[in-house]
Design a protein. Structure first.
Length: 160
Protein backbone atom coordinates (compact mmCIF):
# COMPACT_ATOMS: atom_id res chain seq x y z
CA UNK A 1 0.00 0.00 0.00
CA UNK A 2 1.28 3.46 -0.82
CA UNK A 3 1.78 6.17 1.82
CA UNK A 4 -1.26 8.50 1.84
CA UNK A 5 -1.19 11.66 3.97
CA UNK A 6 -3.08 14.30 1.96
CA UNK A 7 -6.54 14.85 0.47
CA UNK A 8 -6.83 17.23 -2.49
CA UNK A 9 -10.27 18.60 -3.34
CA UNK A 10 -11.13 19.46 -6.97
CA UNK A 11 -14.08 20.51 -9.10
CA UNK A 12 -14.83 19.19 -12.57
CA UNK A 13 -14.89 22.77 -13.94
CA UNK A 14 -18.24 22.15 -15.58
CA UNK A 15 -21.24 24.47 -15.62
CA UNK A 16 -23.92 24.10 -12.98
CA UNK A 17 -26.56 23.62 -15.71
CA UNK A 18 -24.64 20.89 -17.58
CA UNK A 19 -24.42 17.45 -15.98
CA UNK A 20 -21.23 15.40 -16.23
CA UNK A 21 -21.60 11.71 -15.51
CA UNK A 22 -18.86 9.62 -13.98
CA UNK A 23 -18.49 7.78 -17.29
CA UNK A 24 -18.10 11.08 -19.16
CA UNK A 25 -15.48 12.26 -16.65
CA UNK A 26 -13.58 9.00 -17.16
CA UNK A 27 -13.74 9.42 -20.96
CA UNK A 28 -12.44 13.00 -20.67
CA UNK A 29 -9.43 11.84 -18.65
CA UNK A 30 -8.70 8.93 -21.02
CA UNK A 31 -8.84 11.39 -23.93
CA UNK A 32 -6.11 13.40 -22.16
CA UNK A 33 -3.93 10.28 -22.05
CA UNK A 34 -4.65 9.12 -18.49
CA UNK A 35 -5.22 5.47 -17.69
CA UNK A 36 -8.76 6.13 -16.47
CA UNK A 37 -10.07 8.95 -14.32
CA UNK A 38 -7.32 10.68 -12.36
CA UNK A 39 -9.49 11.27 -9.28
CA UNK A 40 -10.18 8.60 -6.70
CA UNK A 41 -13.70 9.85 -5.94
CA UNK A 42 -16.30 11.91 -7.81
CA UNK A 43 -19.29 13.49 -6.09
CA UNK A 44 -22.33 14.05 -8.31
CA UNK A 45 -24.85 16.87 -7.80
CA UNK A 46 -27.29 14.44 -6.19
CA UNK A 47 -24.63 13.58 -3.57
CA UNK A 48 -23.74 10.19 -5.06
CA UNK A 49 -20.11 9.31 -4.31
CA UNK A 50 -18.58 7.48 -7.27
CA UNK A 51 -15.38 5.50 -6.82
CA UNK A 52 -13.29 6.33 -9.88
CA UNK A 53 -9.81 4.96 -9.17
CA UNK A 54 -8.77 2.55 -6.42
CA UNK A 55 -7.06 4.42 -3.59
CA UNK A 56 -4.18 1.94 -3.84
CA UNK A 57 -3.36 3.40 -7.28
CA UNK A 58 -1.56 6.74 -7.55
CA UNK A 59 -3.90 9.42 -8.85
CA UNK A 60 -3.50 11.81 -11.75
CA UNK A 61 -5.02 14.97 -10.31
CA UNK A 62 -2.36 17.24 -8.74
CA UNK A 63 1.05 17.18 -10.40
CA UNK A 64 3.82 16.74 -7.84
CA UNK A 65 1.37 15.57 -5.14
CA UNK A 66 -0.24 12.45 -6.63
CA UNK A 67 2.04 9.87 -5.01
CA UNK A 68 0.83 10.55 -1.46
CA UNK A 69 -2.66 11.98 -1.97
CA UNK A 70 -6.27 11.04 -2.56
CA UNK A 71 -8.11 13.16 -5.13
CA UNK A 72 -11.77 14.03 -4.62
CA UNK A 73 -13.66 15.90 -7.34
CA UNK A 74 -17.15 17.34 -7.19
CA UNK A 75 -19.35 17.87 -10.25
CA UNK A 76 -19.51 21.56 -11.13
CA UNK A 77 -17.40 24.56 -10.19
CA UNK A 78 -18.69 26.94 -12.86
CA UNK A 79 -21.90 28.96 -12.72
CA UNK A 80 -24.37 28.98 -15.64
CA UNK A 81 -22.30 31.74 -17.28
CA UNK A 82 -19.13 29.61 -17.13
CA UNK A 83 -17.50 31.61 -14.32
CA UNK A 84 -15.76 29.96 -11.35
CA UNK A 85 -18.22 29.57 -8.46
CA UNK A 86 -19.01 27.29 -5.55
CA UNK A 87 -21.85 25.39 -7.21
CA UNK A 88 -21.99 22.52 -4.71
CA UNK A 89 -25.45 21.38 -3.78
CA UNK A 90 -26.33 20.67 -0.15
CA UNK A 91 -26.15 16.96 -0.99
CA UNK A 92 -22.64 17.38 -2.43
CA UNK A 93 -21.51 19.29 0.65
CA UNK A 94 -22.87 16.53 2.89
CA UNK A 95 -21.25 13.75 0.84
CA UNK A 96 -17.92 15.59 0.78
CA UNK A 97 -18.02 16.02 4.57
CA UNK A 98 -18.80 12.32 5.09
CA UNK A 99 -16.15 11.14 2.61
CA UNK A 100 -13.43 13.34 4.13
CA UNK A 101 -14.30 12.11 7.64
CA UNK A 102 -14.11 8.48 6.56
CA UNK A 103 -10.81 8.93 4.71
CA UNK A 104 -9.31 10.90 7.64
CA UNK A 105 -10.26 8.03 9.94
CA UNK A 106 -8.87 5.36 7.62
CA UNK A 107 -5.57 7.01 6.59
CA UNK A 108 -2.96 9.12 8.42
CA UNK A 109 -4.11 12.32 6.69
CA UNK A 110 -1.96 15.31 7.61
CA UNK A 111 -3.28 17.85 5.12
CA UNK A 112 -6.59 18.62 3.37
CA UNK A 113 -6.32 21.23 0.62
CA UNK A 114 -7.99 22.53 -2.49
CA UNK A 115 -6.13 22.08 -5.77
CA UNK A 116 -5.53 25.84 -5.95
CA UNK A 117 -3.80 25.74 -2.55
CA UNK A 118 -1.00 23.72 -4.14
CA UNK A 119 -0.09 26.61 -6.45
CA UNK A 120 3.46 27.96 -6.06
CA UNK A 121 4.07 30.69 -3.47
CA UNK A 122 5.42 33.16 -6.01
CA UNK A 123 6.30 35.95 -3.58
CA UNK A 124 7.82 33.57 -1.01
CA UNK A 125 5.79 34.87 1.95
CA UNK A 126 4.60 31.40 3.00
CA UNK A 127 1.00 32.00 1.87
CA UNK A 128 -0.53 31.18 -1.51
CA UNK A 129 -2.74 34.20 -2.16
CA UNK A 130 -5.54 34.27 -4.78
CA UNK A 131 -3.37 36.18 -7.25
CA UNK A 132 -0.87 33.26 -7.11
CA UNK A 133 -3.43 30.53 -7.89
CA UNK A 134 -2.68 28.60 -11.05
CA UNK A 135 -6.32 27.48 -11.04
CA UNK A 136 -9.39 28.46 -9.02
CA UNK A 137 -10.31 24.80 -8.49
CA UNK A 138 -12.16 23.78 -6.33
CA UNK A 139 -13.86 27.21 -6.37
CA UNK A 140 -14.35 27.37 -2.59
CA UNK A 141 -12.09 27.79 0.44
CA UNK A 142 -11.29 24.31 1.73
CA UNK A 143 -9.61 25.69 4.88
CA UNK A 144 -12.87 27.33 6.00
CA UNK A 145 -14.70 23.97 5.98
CA UNK A 146 -12.09 21.64 7.52
CA UNK A 147 -13.38 21.98 11.07
CA UNK A 148 -16.95 21.24 9.98
CA UNK A 149 -15.75 18.16 8.09
CA UNK A 150 -13.61 16.85 10.94
CA UNK A 151 -15.41 18.13 14.00
CA UNK A 152 -13.06 19.24 16.76
CA UNK A 153 -10.74 16.28 16.19
CA UNK A 154 -7.39 17.52 14.84
CA UNK A 155 -5.37 15.41 12.45
CA UNK A 156 -2.03 14.08 13.56
CA UNK A 157 0.54 16.59 12.31
CA UNK A 158 -2.24 18.60 10.61
CA UNK A 159 -1.09 21.64 8.63
CA UNK A 160 -3.69 24.40 8.51
Amino acid sequence: MRKIDRIVIHCSATRADQPLSAAELDRMHRKRGFNGCGYHYYIRRDGQICTMRPVERVGAHAKGYNATSIGICYEGGLDTQGMAADTRTDLQKRSLRVLVRVLAADYPIREIVGHRDLSPDLDGDGVVEPEEWVKQCPCFDVASEREEWLGKRPLKGFKP
